[in-house]
Design a protein around this ligand. Sequence first.
Ligand SMILES: Cc1cc2nc3c(=O)[nH]c(=O)nc-3n(C[C@H](O)[C@H](O)[C@H](O)COP(=O)(O)OP(=O)(O)OC[C@H]3O[C@@H](n4cnc5c(N)ncnc54)[C@H](O)[C@@H]3O)c2cc1C
Length: 534
Amino acid sequence: MAAPGFPLGRRAVGWNQNQGVGMRRVLVVGGGSAGWLTACVLAAELGGPDGVKVALVESPDVPTIGVGEGTWPSMRDTLRGIGIGESEFMRDCDAAFKQGSKFVAWADADPAQQYYHPFALPHGYTECNLAAGWAARGGREGYADLVSAQPAVCESGLGPKQFATPEYAAVANYGYHLDAAKLGLLLRRHAIERLGVRHISDHVEEVIAREDGGIAALRTRTHGLLEADLFIDCTGLRALLIGQHFQVPKIDCGEVLFNDRALALQVDYASAQAPVACQTISTAQPHGWIWDIGLPTRRGLGHVYSSRDSSDDEAAARLLAYAERSGAAAVSLRGAPRQIRLEPGYRRDCWVHNCVAVGLAAGFVEPLEASSLVLVELAAASLAASFPTRREDMPLLARRFNEAFRYRWQRVIDFLKLHYAVSRREDSDYWRRHRDPASWTDALRELLPLWRRQPPSSHDFPRAQEIFPSASYQYVLYGMGQRPEPRGRRRSDEPERVEACFAEVSALRRRLLEGLPPHRELLDHIATRGLPRF
Ligand SMILES: Cc1cc2nc3c(=O)[nH]c(=O)nc-3n(C[C@H](O)[C@H](O)[C@H](O)COP(=O)(O)OP(=O)(O)OC[C@H]3O[C@@H](n4cnc5c(N)ncnc54)[C@H](O)[C@@H]3O)c2cc1C
């Protein structure tokens, strides 16, 4: 059913449907992070005086979702690619560095049980079987602590680079924590002023369809008809084009990932000098988990939970208790938590006719491991790289795009479910249901028994561009307490080489702990002096 005020498309009159027509005009609908990122990537790659014309229409009446504060390291390439300097980005978006995620109380309900999923690949990962070497030591140290220096860097409150490290270069791999609203403003300014994107502030009211089923134009409240060759649906959870107009069904994953509510809250630091965490802290709760993200001027907290298992009041009480326990005095809480409803799932097809859905319109499962903006980056990069110059190329490109994104969404779901499936928490039905193989994905039902006998490897994930590599599975699986069973001797298990890798990690750790500045000092330095240009 079409939403009120957004009728299903009528047939357009006089639209030129000739095959072989060039693709010159892109209209992005929606001005959240997804819309502006996509517009910037397309304009930077395809724009220019004789290039593709990119316009973006956003409704003055519909706010952006206003959350989405954790990115992957890929954001560095995206920002550099669209021509935004890192110092400018960090100042304008109140951004901090993120070196990975720390998981607290996921394996069991004891808060002392913690592990890291750092952004750095395990040292020596492609050369030898580190998991076997870690298990041979009895698994006394945390797996991530043994194979990567990054957990120690985060625990010591250090940043991932030095004052003199150029923009976007890293000593330790990193992404960002940022203010989502400020990111939107920076991207908007950059797109309009430097990349020539036309900005239209208007509410889209109707889709005008072509004879062949594609979109001819969008009728807006005050600017009349907006025509284009390609329409990018970035209208968030409303999914005006892909959902309401084309009625593309969503693949629901609520039976696998149970969280369907989020409460978001901003809190102040106790003092302006308080340390800024360089990792997302994710603390498991009886019916979900709480995120804790440090920006230079405030923290962003949120509780993601299942409404079947927890009332909203109970979730809010847990979030406020967490805020106070973790150093945010009641007086510095910024307003009441804001509730967001989630319907975990993704569109079966994101590209239909001449419409491509990107961002929340394409799908959203849950914020664990911050995989949403990276999917936006991938979609925008893929569109820019294989932008259809002629309309007849679209069916092939659409089919490839849809296959790639169905695969990616499914791998995201597998990986997020892993965090829950191997937990030993017994404190609620929520965790018991997560552990029940009946709620697992097919891939996990197949692979988890195999991974008791051999470590996750790249052979389990055959695509060249995997969204979560096998190393990420190892970090979570072994962080959660699983141990690989001993197996017959293999050359890659060679203890001398594995031990040499562990020793190299120790040496690197010492160097980094001596050489990297405190995260807060690095952020202050960037705010006042900036980083050297790349
Ligand atoms: C609780 C939560 C936590 C999250 N955390 C993370 C995270 O840590 N990391 C991460 O990568 N992602 C995260 N995400 C996802 C992230 O927020 C989104 O991927 C990102 O913000 C992109 O949103 P969007 O641009 O698709 O939609 P929105 O921000 O909702 O933007 C929608 C746009 O569409 C416009 N619009 C709607 N209707 C119309 C109309 N009729 N006419 C014209 N314009 C219209 C609106 O005006 C708005 O500009 C999180 C999401 C949630 C819900």
